[in-house]
Design a binder for this molecule. Structure first.
Ligand code: MN
Length: 228
């Protein structure tokens, strides 16, 4: 075994509900505009155009329950999303076999610097600065499929300081979980440790320091994330 030439970066792992085992993260894919009402609120046509994806970094996933408001931004939005964790992967996965690759599901947030994302959109530039920033994806414990089954319907809700801001249902996804996995696998080699954030329902909006976001998805319970 060869030695690393520099200090070894820490592995990114996430807690798994009901066990001491942790889930090692490889890549993070996020789908854009996957609920029609959210596509409309962002000024887009909700037709079933091919899906599009962007990525966050593995170490943007943060199970701490705190979200540090980033510098250089004055308009940071919450986007509640269900995260899908893969235990295996491959290329050109057929839709009807896609769910065999899912290890489990978790609550998550795709926190977004909407001001910076908007500037990049206008300039036709990539979104990383608005999406893939430090600790931009608060995430809850992973619930294995063995415990909760596959989730394709049920309420998705986000409250800020006790007030409901986002409300939807998993069955409103334009591209369902198996379709997302199949589509991604046509362009990327998916593998164990990959995470897919499955899009957000309508009602996205800004947070400020001190806010408490309560994230819930039917079947996954709820988690609180404090903006600090
Ligand atoms: Mn999103």
């Amino acid at each position: 075994m060869s030695q690393h030439a520099i200090e070894t970066p820490p592995a990114v792992t996430l807690p798994v509900s009901g066990t001491d085992a942790v889930f090692p993260v490889r890549r993070v894919y996020c789908i854009g505009r996957n609920y029609a009402a959210h596509a409309i609120e962002m000024g887009h046509d909700p037709d079933r155009d091919p899906p599009f994806f962007f990525q966050k970094n593995p170490d943007d996933l943060d199970p701490s329950g705190e979200f540090p408001y980033p510098d250089k931004s004055a308009d940071v939005h919450h986007e509640i999303e269900m995260a899908v964790m893969l235990k295996s992967g491959g290329t050109n996965i057929p839709v009807e076999r896609a769910l065999e690759h899912v290890f489990g599901y978790a609550l998550s947030l795709d926190m977004t610097r909407r001001d910076l994302q908007g500037e990049q959109k206008k300039l036709g530039r990539p979104w990383e600065i608005g999406k893939a920033f430090e600790r931009s994806a608060p995430v809850g414990p992973i619930h294995p499929v063995d415990a909760v089954g596959h989730l394709d319907r049920g309420a998705v809700e986000l409250e800020v300081n006790g007030e409901v801001r986002q409300e939807g249902d998993l069955d409103q996804m334009i591209w369902k979980v198996p379709e997302m996995i199949a589509y991604l696998s046509e362009y990327f080699a998916l593998a164990a440790g990959d995470v897919i954030l499955s899009g957000t329902p309508s009602g996205v909006g800004p947070v400020v320091r001190g806010d408490v976001m309560k994230v819930s998805v039917a079947g996954l319970g709820s988690m609180n994330v404090r903006v600090v």
